[in-house]
Design a protein around this ligand. Structure first.
Ligand SMILES: *Cc1c(COP(=O)(O)O)cnc(C)c1O
Length: 447
């Protein structure tokens, strides 16, 4: 623990003096933090826009394969995309629950209903595996860059890919995503699952022929073990959730897709119509990639906030202290235990933290009990069912409008008068694959 002497050069008491917010984090209180390092424009660009465009081009190239291999994507032409829907009843509910009227419009981005793996991980995970498969095929098979990727859905290619393996460490959903697409292509896939991973996620993977290795420790350990085992095998590709650029790029593509969706729905985003986006955060890749893409597309007109469980505020801790992956929630005495399995991460990605440290507007934390209250409310008001992690961003608009730090942010960027024209998007990151009996259990958690 950080309490006494430590590698961070300060004791916890010294850190608390420097960052009063830490006291609330340590005692697992809900907080709303605005980022003092946030810069509305002229940000450094560690990842070029052309790289995100290249990722989108690759996904377009693979669409014929996806459409063939996963018939549920035929409707969208092999694109893995989710709807953006208005949730006015939930907006009214939130106003009552938090005792603050929420002006503007509230939307839910339904990554919970993304095809193939039912979570935001279908973006990054599938992209990284497709890119890897393409690289192998171009290097070893008779085919060209312009190959119609539909040929991948053949026994010839499955036999070829079966000579290679893919490994990943996960709290559940990334494993699901990599496992499903990897096994479909013919790869041998090993998923290293942390103790938080739900039994049904492991069973689903095993039913697809994926090897699942279970750990009694948390996410960081599962990733570390996976990385170590993969290092000894040159035919194995390790999907590194803590450091992968390809995962990040796959997530970032969401921004271009959202831009088109907003245009189709005639939702303006400009200097008089601000856009606020609330993203559940685990290790940071998913919300970080989406934020990175959104800031490139909408610049100072979009405001991105992360949401984490009170017991696992790893990204908030890394950003607020500037220590990124050099500090973990365990270092400040938190246990990293939460029902929000997708967010049960104690140490953030340093790569992501540094990429977004001037782009992110802020972050908030939420208690597990509140996740279940909101899960039930969304089901009642909008007939939409998400997994607990996916509700983390839901209190975001109310917190922004109600907390001292939120109001100060609105004032600082001259947004107060524009709030009636604002759009709020809560990123619903997962849930459509949750088995019915488990969802019923979630829905009955709160009387
Ligand atoms: C993984 C996950 C997140 C967060 O993504 P990270 O890349 O880990 O930050 C959010 N919600 C759900 C449901 C997830 O599975």
């Amino acid at each position: 623990m950080l309490m006494n002497n430590n590698s961070m050069g300060r004791t916890l008491e010294e850190w608390k003096l420097k960052h009063p917010l830490l006291a609330d984090l340590v005692s697992a209180q809900e907080v709303f933090w605005t980022n003092p390092g946030y810069k509305p424009s002229n940000n450094p660009v560690p990842i070029k826009e052309t790289e995100i465009q290249e990722a989108e081009t690759r996904l377009i190239r693979f669409a014929p394969y996806i459409a063939q291999a996963f018939p549920e994507t035929q409707r969208t032409g092999g694109f893995i995309e989710s709807p953006l829907i208005p949730i006015p009843n939930m907006q009214g509910y939130l106003g009552k629950r938090y005792n603050i009227e929420i002006p503007g419009h509230l939307w839910l981005k339904c990554d919970s209903h993304l095809p193939i793996s039912g979570s935001i991980k279908a973006r990054g995970g599938i992209y990284e595996v497709l890119k890897h498969a393409e690289r192998l095929a171009l290097a070893h098979m008779v085919c060209s860059n312009s190959m119609t990727t539909a040929v991948l859905n053949s026994s010839k290619f499955r036999e070829f890919f079966s000579r290679y393996s893919i490994a990943v460490g996960s709290t559940g959903n990334l494993g699901l995503s990599i496992g499903v697409i990897g096994a479909k292509l013919g790869f041998r896939v090993t998923v290293h699952m942390s103790s938080d991973a739900k039994a049904w996620k492991k069973e689903l993977l095993r039913s697809k022929g994926v090897q699942v290795i279970e750990y009694t420790s948390d996410y960081s350990k599962a990733v570390e073990e996976g990385r170590r085992q993969a290092e000894n095998d040159p035919s194995c590709h390790f999907v590194d959730d803590e450091n992968s650029r390809d995962l990040f790029l796959g997530y970032a593509v969401a921004a271009y897709r959202l831009k088109n969706q907003l245009a189709e729905l005639k939702i303006a985003v400009d200097s008089n119509h601000p856009l606020f986006v609330y993203l559940p955060c685990g290790v940071g890749g998913g919300p970080g990639g989406v934020t990175y893409g959104l800031k490139q597309v909408f610049k100072q007109d979009v405001h991105c906030f992360f949401a984490e469980p009170t017991h696992s505020p790893c990204m908030l801790l890394g950003l607020a202290t500037g220590l990124h992956d050099q500090i973990s929630v365990q270092d400040i005495g938190l246990d990293n235990r939460t029902e929000a399995d997708g967010l049960a991460v104690g140490r953030p990605s340093g790569f992501v933290g540094k990429a977004i440290e001037t782009l992110l507007s802020g972050a908030c934390t939420i208690k597990d009990e509140e996740l279940f209250v909101l899960l039930q409310a969304l089901s009642k008001t909008e007939n939409l069912r998400l997994e607990p992690s996916a509700l983390a961003g839901m209190p975001g608009p109310a917190r922004l409008l109600k907390t001292e730090s939120g109001l100060e942010y609105l004032k600082r960027f001259d947004l107060e008068k524009k709030m009636s024209q604002a759009s709020h998007i809560v990123w619903g990151t997962g849930g459509s694959l949750v088995p019915k009996e488990i969802m019923d259990h979630y829905l009955n958690r709160i009387d």
